[in-house]
Ligand binder design. Structure first.
Ligand SMILES: *[C@@H]1O[C@H](CO)[C@@H](O)[C@H](O)[C@H]1NC(C)=O
Ligand SMILES: *[C@@H]1O[C@H](CO)[C@@H](O)[C@H](O)[C@H]1NC(C)=O
Ligand SMILES: *[C@@H]1O[C@H](CO)[C@@H](O)[C@H](O)[C@H]1NC(C)=O
Ligand SMILES: *[C@@H]1O[C@H](CO)[C@@H](O)[C@H](O)[C@H]1NC(C)=O
Ligand SMILES: *[C@@H]1O[C@H](CO)[C@@H](O)[C@H](O)[C@H]1NC(C)=O
Ligand SMILES: *[C@@H]1O[C@H](CO)[C@@H](O)[C@H](O)[C@H]1NC(C)=O
Ligand SMILES: *[C@@H]1O[C@H](CO)[C@@H](O)[C@H](O)[C@H]1NC(C)=O
Ligand SMILES: *[C@@H]1O[C@H](CO)[C@@H](O)[C@H](O)[C@H]1NC(C)=O
Ligand SMILES: *[C@@H]1O[C@H](CO)[C@@H](O)[C@H](O)[C@H]1NC(C)=O
Length: 332
C-alpha cells in the first residue's frame, strides 16, 4: 500500500531537506556527465563508470563463504540507510575441478551478466560483484550461485532500517487519549508519516485538518509519536507508522482497540457480586456455627473467665487494665 513513493506521494509536499537532496543528486549527475565524455571513463564497463561517478559514497565490503559439503544456502541481511558502493564476494571451497564449476549472479530473480569477476586460488573459487546502490531500485537480494553437481547459493539481502515498537494491540477507553510510538534503532529517517485504516483504505492521518491527532517530534528524529485525544470507538483499527529513507521506506502496524467503559466494568461487577455472595455465605456459616456452639460452650467459657480473674487478682493492682481487656474479650 505504502508504495515506493507512496509514503511521500500521498502526503502533500516533500520536506525541504529531501528536495535539496534530490536537487544535489541531479546537479552532481549532470556535472559528472558533462565532464566525462571522451575521458577514460567511457572505456570502462558501465559498472566501473558507475563506481567512479559515485566514488564519493562509502564502500561496503561483504563476503559469504560456501563449501561443497553444505548445500544449505547462506544468507546475510544488510541494513543500508544511504547510497553506498557495494563489493560482494562469495568464496566456494571445493575439492573438485574448479573449471567445471558454473558461477552466476542474480539480483532477485534476474540474471546479472558480465559484471562479476572470477578468481581461483588453490581449491577456492572467488567471485566478486561490485555495484552502487543509489536508490530503492538497487535494493533487494543479490545471490551468487556455484553450480557443480548441486547448486550452492549465497544471498545478500539489502534492506532499509527496520522500525521497532510494540507488537501487542494498544487497549484504550472511550474519551481517553493515547500515544502510539515507533522507533528506529540507530538510524534517523528523513521523515515519518502516519496512516490510519478506515476499513479498506490506508489514509494518511491528517494532522492539519483535525485537533484530534498530534504528531510529536515527527521529523528528523529516530522516534515518532502519534497522540490521539478524545478517543471514540471509530478511532479503533490499524495505524501504520512509516519511516522514509533515501533508499526506501519501512513501516510498522499498530492495532488500536478502543473499549467503552461498560466493557471493563462487567468483569469488575461480576467480581464484586461474587465477593458479596462469598461474604454472605461465610457470615451465615459463622452465625450458624456460633448459634450451634453457644449453649454447650457457655459454661466452659465462664469457668475460664473465673480462672483468669483469680490469676489476675493474685498479681496485684498493676494488672487492672489487662483484666479489663480480658473481660471484654471473653464477654463477647
Ligand atoms: C563528496 O565529495 C565532495 C567533494 O569532492 C565533498 O564535498 C562531499 O562532502 C562528499 N560527500 C560525501 C557524502 O562524502
Ligand atoms: C568476511 O567478512 C568478515 C566480516 O563480516 C570478515 O571478518 C572476514 O575477514 C571476511 N573474509 C574475507 C575472506 O574477506
Ligand atoms: C534475514 O531477514 C529475514 C527476514 O527479515 C529473516 O527471516 C532471517 O532470519 C534473517 N537472516 C539472518 C541471517 O539474520
Ligand atoms: C550455468 O548456470 C546457468 C544458470 O543456472 C545455466 O543457464 C547455464 O547453462 C550453466 N552453464 C553451464 C556451462 O553449466
Ligand atoms: C554485457 O556486456 C555487453 C557488452 O559490453 C552489453 O552489450 C550487455 O548489455 C551487457 N549485459 C548486461 C546484462 O549488462
Ligand atoms: C584473486 O586472487 C588473489 C590471489 O591469487 C587474491 O589476492 C584476490 O583477493 C582474489 N580476488 C578476489 C576477488 O577474491
Ligand atoms: C535516538 O537517538 C538518541 C540520540 O540521538 C539516542 O540516545 C537514542 O537511544 C535513540 N533511540 C533509539 C530507539 O535508537
Ligand atoms: C475510506 O477512505 C476512502 C478514501 O478516503 C473512502 O473512499 C472510503 O469511503 C472510506 N471508507 C470508510 C469505510 O470510511
Ligand atoms: C523533540 O525532541 C527533542 C530531542 O530530540 C526533545 O528535547 C523535545 O522535548 C521533543 N519535543 C517533543 C514535543 O517531544
Amino acid at each position: 500500500m505504502c508504495a515506493l513513493l507512496g509514503c511521500w506521494g500521498l502526503r502533500a509536499p516533500p520536506p525541504l531537506p529531501l528536495l535539496v537532496l534530490c536537487l544535489l543528486a541531479a546537479a552532481r549527475r549532470s556535472l559528472a556527465d558533462s565532464t566525462s565524455p571522451g575521458s577514460l571513463f567511457t572505456t570502462l564497463p558501465a559498472r566501473e563508470e558507475m563506481m567512479a561517478k559515485y566514488s564519493n559514497l562509502s564502500l561496503e565490503t561483504l563476503n559469504i563463504s560456501l563449501t561443497e559439503h553444505s548445500s544449505a544456502p547462506v544468507e546475510k541481511n544488510i541494513t543500508l540507510e544511504k547510497p553506498s558502493n557495494i563489493e560482494l564476494t562469495c568464496q566456494f571451497i571445493t575439492s573438485g575441478d574448479l573449471s567445471s564449476v558454473n558461477v552466476t549472479w542474480k539480483k532477485d530473480d534476474k540474471l546479472l551478466e558480465n559484471n562479476s569477476l572470477i578468481n581461483a586460488t588453490g581449491n577456492i573459487l572467488y567471485t566478486q560483484y561490485k555495484f552502487s546502490v543509489i536508490n530503492s531500485n538497487q535494493m533487494g537480494s543479490y545471490s551468487c550461485f556455484f553450480g557443480e553437481k548441486k547448486e550452492h547459493r549465497g544471498t545478500f539481502n539489502f534492506k532499509v532500517p527496520e522500525i521497532h515498537g510494540k507488537n501487542k494491540p494498544m487497549i484504550t477507553y472511550v474519551g481517553d487519549s493515547t500515544v502510539l510510538t515507533c522507533k528506529c534503532q540507530d538510524y534517523i529517517p528523513l521523515y515519518w508519516t502516519w496512516y490510519h485504516s478506515n476499513g479498506s483504505v490506508k489514509v494518511p492521518v491528517d494532522i492539519q485538518m483535525s485537533d484530534k491527532f498530534y504528531v510529536i517530534n515527527g521529523t528528523h528524529s529516530n522516534e515518532t509519536k502519534l497522540k490521539i485525544t478524545q478517543l471514540a470507538e471509530e478511532d479503533k483499527g490499524s495505524y501504520w507508522c512509516c519511516a522514509v529513507f533515501q533508499l526506501g521506506h519501512s513501516e510498522m502496524l499498530i492495532e488500536l482497540v478502543v473499549l467503552s467503559y461498560l466493557v471493563p466494568l462487567k468483569p469488575f461487577l461480576a467480581i464484586v457480586a461474587e465477593v458479596v455472595l462469598l461474604v454472605a455465605i461465610i457470615l451465615l456459616c459463622e452465625i450458624y456455627t456460633q448459634k450451634k456452639n453457644n449453649n454447650p460452650d457457655d459454661g466452659k467459657e465462664f469457668e475460664q473467665v473465673e480462672q483468669l480473674k483469680s490469676e489476675d487478682s493474685s498479681n496485684g493492682i498493676e494488672n487492672n487494665a489487662p483484666r479489663h481487656r480480658k473481660n471484654s474479650v471473653t464477654s463477647k
